[in-house]
Design a protein around this ligand. Structure first.
Ligand code: KIV
Ligand code: ZN
Length: 445
């Protein structure tokens, strides 16, 4: 299948930093821009030069230093913004001016207080001015998805004539769903003269309905060849489409998406971490691709599967996105297999009977403290008091002295547990010793 290249336009340093608590100073933007370069994005939108002297300096210094990707600066469709953007960008190896003007009636009437005719003229003049400075000009009709289609295409054709090289279609308020956004992009590509002029259609989706990535993928299928996105999905309100999710969706499902990017996926996690560290805003633990739990397995069933073969529960190898390794989190849903493995890593091996006893005590502890860490495991066998004040483990001495037998953990036999409905945790059946192949599978159901 022939594969098509998608341009990754990163707006972490512009739309991303517009989200509350995410703003960055000059040095922070420079550091992130170097990392975005390592990540392999095609366009870095470095800022909004008219917004502040700091942002001007950030765009200017990134333009001077980062030579491979296109460096872009945002400007409203007014001369002073465009001139300021060009002053910041003119030292770039590959500069781009990004001009935007709202086109929806809601914005024209209530925000800009201008007519459609005035909007059309302003867009044309702004792009002409930008083009007089710079060959690479992107135009965005803000609030495009709530704009009348006929008028939108009129504006887009006008800016193509004025020299725009990329038409970015923003779902500014995150109102779209994948089917209508895809159809919207398709209709635009059919109605405007982008193809004959070699103009690229781009998508810029906000996440108000949690659909920014899905909408972006729908746009690609409908003909968009540039996508605007941000690391960790940061951006105005609910954020922008998350770069890491778009890139990995394309990479993990080549059967569905015949599209490639030049992103170095191993740099996704380091970039995400650097951003969190810089702005002091963590991502939710269950965030796809780069969240703390994205490669963490807690249920005994899953841990057992992972230990047998990671393919059972992981569609992405952690190293592919730069995460050092999968983790098996020890908690009350964990099984013996994971517990034994963790003890082995800590240098302790136990025979089956010892492990049963240890596991019983581990579950009592896990029920109280949620996540059991290595130090707690060592406390359990070394005679120290654990946070639940259980007594130390009786076989500690022999295990530490290396006298434990090496009986296989998955010895066939009846399941170990009987769930006591009155107990807060399942109890070991009195006298049970041997536990079947299935126990970690059953545990945690
Ligand atoms: O969401 C939006 O409309 C924007 C434009 C400036 C592209 O960020
Ligand atoms: Zn935006």
């Amino acid at each position: 299948m022939e594969r098509t290249r998608i341009t990754i336009f990163d707006t972490t340093l512009r739309d991303g930093e517009q989200s509350p608590g995410c703003s960055m100073n000059v040095q922070e933007k420079q550091k992130l821009a170097r990392q975005l370069d390592r990540l392999g994005v095609d366009v870095i939108e470095a800022g909004f030069p008219i917004a502040s002297d700091g942002d001007f300096t950030a765009v200017q210094s990134i333009a001077a230093e980062i030579r491979r990707p296109i460096i872009c600066g945002l400007a409203r469709a007014v001369p002073q913004d465009i001139e300021r953007a060009w002053q910041a960008l003119k030292g770039a190896a590959r500069p781009r001016i990004h001009v935007f003007l709202a086109t929806s009636d809601i914005h024209l009437q209530y925000k800009l207080k201008i007519s459609r005719q005035k909007c059309l003229e302003q867009a044309r003049e702004a792009v002409r001015l930008a083009k007089s400075f710079c060959q690479d000009v992107e135009f965005s009709p803000e609030d495009a998805t709530r704009t009348d289609m006929h008028f939108l295409c009129e504006v887009l054709n006008e800016v193509i004539e004025a020299g725009a090289t990329t038409l970015n279609i923003p779902d500014t308020v995150g109102y779209s769903v994948p089917a209508d956004f895809g159809a919207f992009i398709r209709e635009i590509s059919q109605k405007v003269k982008n193809q004959e002029k070699g103009v690229v259609i781009s998508a810029h989706c906000h996440n108000d309905l949690g659909l920014a990535v899905a909408n972006t993928l729908a746009a690609i299928e409908a003909g968009a060849r540039q996508v605007e996105c941000a690391i960790n999905g940061i951006g105005e309100r609910a954020g922008n489409a998350a770069l890491e999710e778009i890139v990995m969706s394309l990479r993990i499902r080549p059967d569905q998406y015949a599209y490639d990017t030049d992103v170095v996926s191993e740099q996704l996690y380091p970039t995400s971490q650097m951003l969190c560290d810089t702005i002091g805003v963590p991502v939710q633990p269950n965030k796809a691709i780069i969240g703390r739990n994205a490669f963490a397995h807690a249920a005994g069933i899953h841990q057992d599967g992972m230990l047998k073969n990671p393919l059972t529960y992981e569609i992405i190898t952690p190293k592919t996105v730069g995460v050092p390794d999968s983790t098996l989190v020890l908690g009350k849903h964990s099984g013996r297999h994971a517990l034994a493995q963790r003890y082995e890593k800590l240098g302790h091996e136990f025979d089956r009977r010892e492990l049963d006893e240890l596991y019983r005590r581990f579950v009592l502890l896990a029920d109280k403290i949620k996540t059991v860490e290595d130090r707690h495991l060592l406390d359990l066998i070394k005679g120290r008091r654990t946070p639940d004040h259980t007594q130390p483990f009786a076989v500690a001495a022999s295990a530490a002295a290396g006298q434990s037998s090496r009986e296989p953990l998955h010895k066939p036999g009846p399941a170990a547990f009987s769930a006591d409905p009155n107990a807060s945790t399942p109890q070991l059946s009195p006298g049970s010793e041997h536990h079947g192949e299935q126990e970690d599978y059953l545990w945690g159901v």
